[in-house]
Design a protein around this ligand. Structure first.
Ligand code: PLP
Length: 369
């Protein structure tokens, strides 16, 4: 077999990420202009106004490479989070950070552990490194948190080849979450030769006293890596900035593995400004709480089941008709997210929208059902 052929065998097993359908694409296809998208957990309020304000001046010198060390953003994050600047690794979205964590630890002879129904990117980055995925069965319907991560089952998969354990808290696409006690107990039991990644992409949205801020454990567990993003509550998904917080030693490793300019100049400037925009975060959290409450009420009234969610979306059971419901919503200009690729063909994931977006979604969904 030629080099190309043998690479192809591995690469052809990779499945490209399937994103939510872009608004412009559907508008082009349908020849309409008022499509709404509740498919990618984007912020329905747009982006932080403070971030928007700095974009113009930040774009003045886009002929220059960005600051490869992201000095100002790291400084702002360090101040805000009470950590050292040398603990922050910036990525082109947190997906990029997940990828460089995988590339730092995984190769053909090693394994990564994650849960059934966990965020798809863990499987993708594991496979891209040629490593093996050990997938722990999720909690079943008899448990308190169906579809959620089963930390005991995940712990049971640890072997001498395990290098990374990925945990999404809360998880996408299920919205399930882990409380402080169970997560802390898990961290205590994992050998420190294994990196534990806690993905907190929805951290700023979660409103529950028992939901932990995993940064509190960084000094106790030097193998812990926490990832966060500006794509969700800060509304900067299009500018691709995410980050991890870890020990300075791990951060130094990631810094060697990452591409030199993986944080673009507009994104770095906007993220730094957004970080100071407490008002926007508060408004976004409130809008999300109201949106979720309204969705739950609408679904409860119709006896439609959904998985309790700590994120900015609900994963709703439409049973056998899920694909038809998705298609019919699309034809009426409402994009939601099918998750058959997560082996959840009977569900659709719907992001919480503004009151107006939700009203339109209810109207259209009512017709379709
Ligand atoms: C959206 C999301 C991310 C963030 O992706 P970015 O690359 O930062 O846009 C990471 N993890 C989970 C679980 C997500 O849902």
């Amino acid at each position: 077999m030629s080099v190309i052929d043998s690479a192809l065998v591995q690469i052809k097993q990779l499945h490209p990420y399937s994103p939510g359908k872009p608004i412009e694409e559907l508008e082009r296809e349908l020849g309409i202009s008022n499509v709404i998208k509740l498919a990618s957990n984007e912020n329905p309020l747009g982006c932080s106004p403070l971030a928007r304000q700095v974009l113009e001046s930040a774009s003045e010198h886009i002929e220059l490479y960005p600051d490869a060390n992201a000095y100002y953003l790291k400084q702002a994050l360090a101040r805000k989070l009470g950590i050292g600047e040398n603990q922050v690794t910036i990525g082109n979205g947190s997906n990029d950070v997940l990828d460089l964590i995988a590339r730092s630890f995984l190769d053909r002879d090693t394994e990564a552990i994650f849960s059934q129904y966990a965020f798809m990117v863990y499987a993708m980055v594991t496979q891209a490194c040629g490593a093996s995925a050990r997938v722990a069965a999720a909690m079943d319907a008899s448990r308190e948190t169906p579809y959620g991560h089963d930390l005991d089952a995940m712990h049971g998969l640890i072997s001498s080849s395990t290098r990374i354990i990925f945990i999404a808290n809360p998880n996408n696409p299920t919205g399930t979450w882990l409380d402080a006690d169970e997560l802390e107990y898990f961290l205590e039991r994992v050998p420190d030769r294994i990196a534990v990644v806690i993905d907190e992409a929805y951290f700023e949205y979660v409103d529950n006293k028992r939901y932990p801020n995993a940064l509190q454990w960084l000094t106790r567990f030097p193998n812990l890596i926490v990832t966060r993003t500006f794509s969700k509550i800060y509304g900067l998904a299009g500018l691709r900035i995410g980050y991890s917080v870890s020990s300075p030693e791990l951060c130094d490793l990631f810094n060697r593995v990452r591409q030199p300019f993986n944080g673009n100049s507009l994104g770095l400037a906007a993220a730094r400004a957004a970080l100071d925009d407490d008002d926007f975060v508060v408004r976004s959290r409130l809008c999300n709480q109201q949106g979720l409450q309204s969705m739950r009420q609408w679904l409860d009234q119709r006896g439609i089941e959904y998985i309790p969610s700590a994120g900015n979306f609900l994963t709703v059971r439409f049973g056998e008709s899920s694909a038809r419901v998705y298609q019919s919503l699309l034809e009426r200009g409402v994009i939601v997210r099918p998750i058959a690729n997560y082996d959840m063909p009977h569900f659709l994931r719907i992001s919480a929208g503004t009151e107006a977006q939700l009203a339109r979604m209810y109207e259209v969904l009512g017709e379709v059902l």
